[in-house]
Ligand binder design. Structure first.
Ligand SMILES: *[C@@H]1O[C@H](CO)[C@@H](O)[C@H](O)[C@H]1NC(C)=O
Ligand SMILES: *[C@@H]1O[C@H](CO)[C@@H](O)[C@H](O)[C@H]1NC(C)=O
Ligand SMILES: *[C@@H]1O[C@H](CO)[C@@H](O)[C@H](O)[C@H]1NC(C)=O
Ligand SMILES: *[C@@H]1O[C@H](CO)[C@@H](O)[C@H](O)[C@H]1NC(C)=O
Ligand SMILES: *[C@@H]1O[C@H](CO)[C@@H](O)[C@H](O)[C@H]1NC(C)=O
Ligand SMILES: *[C@@H]1O[C@H](CO)[C@@H](O)[C@H](O)[C@H]1NC(C)=O
Length: 598
């Protein structure tokens, strides 16, 4: 039995710790764009978050699809380490999340372990349904009200489970307003306790309105009647990549026909509807800030605002949708307001969703098991610290066109699993990297078809000129005096590391290639003395186009290390060598360069 005096001391110390930890309010929208001016159309978000906080101008999701991206966000692990790569079972969705052990091991649990009360309102995962919500219950939250499939994306027919209770239908009510009301309720509840809190509001806006039955249809999002009059004159910015006359891209993208005026008109209205749906979110931001302020907790609360992935409409001749590696789909808004976060500031640090769990756990005074991320700089001082320049992007599966005109190539890969729409494009499996430094701003990708892309976003921000395509000259592109042909092998090697990285190798990938630590950036790697080393690295490749992450499909895994004799790397080199030989024989092509490789 504890002595009363000692007990009082322990109790008050615990209370003190709890009281000094900051609260975290996390707002997660669904499919919000950076590139079609969504932030510019949210005046209250500007007033309360942009003017009072920091905008992260180089923030990325790592998989441009709701469910894999949310798993990446809430675990801090790359998709190749969670193996949740789709929205539906068997490769994604709630059943796969449960099977991978994530339901018992992700951010809300870790926050509870360090004294936080946790709450969630809105969409948690996909394939989290009226049938499986209780088998098992979603873990980690003290209070929750989750939207459930198959009605998650029905703006006026939401069905939700509150704290694990039987699903309740809200026919006729507007989903983003319902989830906001529930979030206010949780905020009041959280504020009534002494412990710090973590509250997520994840409304469906501005996702399209989706019916799965009788057939898949993803139409314009619905908006509240009070916003119907807004943005009648809005048009999607006619940037160079908008329904371009000359199409770029690779795989299924390069074959897309140009969109006609009927579709363009529909698409403009599609984005207007998205902007209107975001007005409910905008109002919610103000109300949250006012509740926190009235409770005297605004100055002790970090507010994060972001989305799961970006969105394209008409860019690259595409119907509304995501799932691509273009910046429209992966470059997304992130705004943070809170203690010591500079107000009205724009940070150019290169950050990703992978980093947010460690950022939050750092604020909460805890640590993250097995993270592939690095806390983002929240203060002026931390912004000066050196940071890597890369983002790892990956994707396995299909590209699903949304909108009433949405239709892409028919393909044999769209195995009719759970709700898979029949008009999706296959061969949408690729790995990519974004590299952003003072002298360069690059996108590099390798596809399951063997095709590659290299965009120089300093000259071509719309990613319309693939410098690896025959019709474009790469001769102009140099970096640190080195030619294009010297640069590409460095990117290949970096991607080799990142495609299977774990922990430190995701954060400091160059160290895997140069264990001595003297190379930490693309520019460092370009020194001529490394040319032969990079020319002889195994390269990223795929045995074929697959819908999910099967290790045996994904070519070699190990890289050579500079200055290190390594038998594993020799083995990988042989694998690559043999696989290439097999492929060249199958293609019936005698690739002239074979002798160069031996
Ligand atoms: C929230 O849940 C955690 C973990 O179950 C528990 O320790 C804590 O007491 C709960 N908080 C409240 C206010 O019930
Ligand atoms: C609305 O949700 C209810 C209850 O989940 C469901 O029975 C009904 O079919 C849905 N309506 C539509 C139009 O999908
Ligand atoms: C425009 O394209 C859509 C989708 O391909 C098609 O359904 C429609 O008939 C076309 N409209 C005109 C006027 O050509
Ligand atoms: C796909 O199949 C549908 C229906 O069978 C057909 O109408 C359409 O032209 C096909 N589209 C392509 C791009 O092959
Ligand atoms: C997918 O890529 C393979 C390999 O390049 C090609 O043979 C096939 O036609 C492509 N399929 C589609 C649907 O584009
Ligand atoms: C990913 O999950 C799928 C389905 O469960 C499985 O077949 C595959 O082998 C897994 N991939 C890896 C690399 O573990």
């Amino acid at each position: 039995m504890m002595k009363p005096a000692l007990f009082a001391l322990v109790a008050s110390a615990a209370h003190l710790v709890a009281a000094t930890k900051p609260n975290i309010l996390f707002i997660l929208t669904d499919d919000q764009d950076w590139h079609m001016q969504s932030l510019q159309h949210m005046p209250l978000l500007q007033k309360y978050l942009l003017h009072e906080g920091t905008l992260y101008s180089n923030h990325y999701c790592t998989v441009a699809l709701c469910c894999p991206s949310r798993v990446n966000l809430w675990t801090g692990r790359a998709a190749h380490n969670t193996n949740v790569t789709d929205v539906w079972a068997p490769y994604g969705g709630y059943p796969k999340i449960v099977r991978e052990g994530i339901n018992d091991n992700y951010l809300p649990h870790w926050l509870q372990d360090v004294g936080y009360n946790t709450y969630y309102s809105g969409k948690l995962w996909n394939h989290h349904t009226v049938d499986n919500y209780n088998a098992p219950y979603a873990g980690g939250f003290n209070g929750s009200d989750f939207l459930l499939d198959p009605h998650t994306y029905q703006y006026r027919n939401a069905t939700m489970t509150r704290n694990g209770g039987p699903p309740v239908n809200y026919a006729g009510e507007y989903s983003p307003d319902i989830t906001a009301e529930k979030a206010y309720g949780f905020l009041h509840e959280a504020l009534s306790h002494d412990n710090p809190f973590f509250l997520v509001h994840a409304p469906i806006a501005p996702h399209s309105n989706v019916h799965f039955f009788p057939e898949f249809l993803a139409d314009k999002p619905m908006y509240a009647d009070r916003h119907a009059h807004l943005f009648k004159d809005y048009h999607i910015p006619r940037t160079e990549n908008f329904n371009p006359e000359v199409q770029g891209g690779v795989s299924w993208v390069k074959d897309l026909p140009r969109l006609n005026d009927t579709v363009i008109e529909y698409n403009d209205e599609f984005q207007r509807a998205r902007l209107r749906s975001l007005q409910s979110v905008d109002e919610m931001v103000e109300k949250m800030v006012k509740i926190l302020d009235a409770a005297g907790q605004l100055e002790n609360t970090y507010i994060f605002y972001t989305t799961d992935n970006g969105y394209h409409i008409s860019q690259h001749r595409m119907h509304p949708g995501k799932e691509c590696g273009f910046d429209t789909d992966v470059h997304i808004p992130l705004i943070v307001r809170g203690p010591d976060v500079p107000a009205g500031h724009i940070s150019d640090a290169v950050t990703a969703h992978t980093d947010l769990v460690s950022t939050i756990m750092h604020l909460a005074g805890g640590s993250v098991p097995d993270t592939d991320g690095l806390p983002i700089p929240l203060t002026k001082e931390s912004e000066g610290e050196s940071r890597h320049e890369h983002v790892t992007i990956e994707y396995w599966g299909l590209a699903i066109p949304e909108g009433v005109f949405g239709w892409y190539a028919n393909n044999s890969m769209s195995d009719p699993g759970f709700y898979v729409p029949g008009n999706a494009a296959g061969n949408n499996t690729y790995k990519a990297i974004r590299i952003i430094g003072e002298s360069h701003n690059l996108y590099y990708s390798v596809w399951c078809t063997g095709e590659k892309e290299f965009y120089d976003l300093k000259e071509d921000s719309g990613e319309t000129r693939n410098l690896l395509a025959e019709e474009h000259s790469s001769a102009y592109y140099t970096l640190a005096g080195r030619s294009f042909d010297q640069i590409v092998p460095r990117l290949d090697a970096l991607m080799m590391v990142l495609k299977s990285c774990k922990g430190r190798s995701c954060i400091e990938p160059w160290r895997e290639l140069h264990p001595s630590g003297d190379v930490t950036s693309l520019l460092d790697s370009l020194e001529a003395k490394f040319d032969a080393f990079y020319d002889h690295q195994p390269k990223v490749s795929f045995a074929k186009c697959e819908v999910a992450y099967f290790r045996e499909n994904e070519g070699p895994f190990d890289v050579n290390r500079f200055g290190v004799e390594d038998e594993t790397a020799e083995g990988a080199w042989k694998w690559w060598h043999d696989a290439e030989l097999k492929r060249s024989v199958e293609n019936g092509a005698n690739r002239g360069k074979w002798s160069d490789w031996t």
